[in-house]
Write a protein that binds this ligand. Structure first.
Ligand code: PLP
Length: 433
């Protein structure tokens, strides 16, 4: 049995190249982070060899005494990291990632074609919250359930709660989903709770992006108001790639959430848990309870504010005018450029971020904005000063893009820009019209 270098130099070399890329670049993708060395050790351990379908003490395979201990430890740390009372809240740590976790909740509490309302994808929501276009149902969530997205008020960039309330009254969803992939402000949980109660709906929060901030209590606490909270584990939380579902232990709307959700995870939608991931997650949840973690999350927020202020100083328009969390959404349209071209040009300078639709975009084929996140570079030790410099670098990239746009037809810069434009549209953009 050989190590990777001897066994497979090809894969070794790809990993080394990726490591180099991660080391060299300014990593500003809001959903990414650098996990801990100890987490990677657990994820790369013998835990990957074991089958353990079921829950601790109730497995379909033998030899699970250590896996049981691990999963119970992970559950306890998950509840502790989010300051939850184990008599009131339970957690399933087996979801393979964020999208499966969300779909597991839907199948747990809904029947096929029940109605749901989540934030629309072009307004910052996530695909798994029920995205569909005028032409087709894109996400599995919108195929198997009836989705009526709510949206932002385009004049403020904030969730339009009045419209959400009006629509919910007419549409009568069974589930309302808070949470987003590109929303720089807190959700108004008390208001959403009231709306959910008024129509007899469950309220779920998908805190994937902000779970690290929630654990450190630097943003509002969704657990005070929601029935179910899902999360990925690899974004601001800094864990391995995975997912978790938290649920109230007391029945909600007559449903025993614990049984329904556990059954939806297994045998409903998954088989054997990824025990190596659960091992890594347990490690990251230990870190998430440390004083250093709280300091880190506070820095994420202050760094993000420094970035936002500098961008505003440089004349940029930010969706909602600023940020209360780990990301900013820049509306580039007033500058006369789009997010797709800017993303590509910055990528060539090893600045990694992503193009993003902004409210009012006519077509997401060429989205008008970029999303910039602070967690990863804060992990690498950036402070406010470096984030101000980062804003300046991004500005330079935008200036270059503008110059290229203005250059003569047929010129090298124009050709380059055409290439950039034509090679930059993955599937989602093509269907988002
Ligand atoms: N929920 C939100 C809010 C997200 O932003 C994401 C991913 O970016 C997910 C769920 C899905 O997570 P995954 O990519 O792990 O399936």
């Amino acid at each position: 049995d050989y190590g990777l270098t001897e066994a497979d130099p090809e894969v070794r070399s790809i990993i080394d190249k990726e490591k180099g890329r991660q080391f060299r670049s300014l990593e500003l993708i809001a959903s990414e982070n650098f996990t801990y060395r100890a987490v990677m050790e657990a994820v790369g351990s013998c835990l990957t060899n074991k089958y353990s379908e079921g829950l601790p003490g109730k497995r379909y395979y033998g030899g699970n005494e250590h896996i049981d201990e691990l999963e119970i430890l992970c559950q306890q740390r998950a509840l502790a990291a989010f300051h939850l009372d184990g008599n009131k809240w339970g957690v399933n740590v087996q979801p393979l990632s964020g999208s499966p976790a969300n779909f597991e909740v839907y199948t747990a509490v809904l029947s096929p074609h029940d109605r749901i309302m989540g934030l629309d994808l072009p307004h910052g929501g996530h695909l798994s919250h029920g995205f569909m276009t005028a032409k087709r149902r894109v996400s599995g969530t919108s195929i198997y359930f009836e989705s009526m997205p709510y949206r932002l008020d385009e004049s403020t960039g904030l969730v339009d709660y009045d419209m959400l309330e009006k629509t919910a009254t007419l549409f009568r969803p069974k589930l309302i989903i808070a949470g987003a992939s590109a929303y720089p402000r807190d959700f108004d949980y008390p208001r959403m709770r009231k709306i959910a109660d008024s129509v007899g709906a469950f309220l779920m929060m998908d805190m994937a992006h902000i779970s690290g901030l929630v654990a450190a209590s630097v943003v509002a606490d969704p657990f005070e108001y929601c029935d179910i909270v899902t999360t990925t584990t690899h974004k601001s939380l800094r864990g391995p790639r995975g997912g978790m579902i938290f649920f109230k232990k007391d029945p909600v709307l007559g449903v025993d959430l614990e049984t329904a959700i556990n059954n939806a995870v297994f045998p409903g939608l998954q088989g054997g848990p990824h025990n190596h991931t659960i091992g890594g997650l347990a490690v990251s949840l230990k870190y998430a309870q440390s004083p250093e973690f709280k300091i880190y999350q506070n820095k994420v927020v202050s760094n993000c504010r420094a970035l936002a202020s500098r961008l505003v100083e440089l004349g940029y328009k930010l969706v909602s005018g600023g940020s209360d969390n780990h990301l900013v959404l820049v509306d580039l349209r007033p500058m006369g450029v789009d997010g797709a071209r800017v993303e590509k040009i910055l990528d060539m300078a090893s600045i990694t971020l992503n193009k993003n639709s902004v409210p009012g975009d006519k077509s997401a084929l060429v989205p008008g904005g970029i999303r910039i996140g602070a967690p990863a570079m804060t992990t690498r030790g950036f402070s406010e000063k470096e984030f101000v410099a980062t804003a300046d670098f991004i500005h330079e990239g935008v200036q270059i893009t503008l110059e290229a746009k203005k250059s003569a037809p047929g010129s090298k810069l124009q050709e380059f820009l055409n290439f950039v434009t034509s090679s930059n549209f993955p599937l989602i953009d093509q269907v988002l019209d």
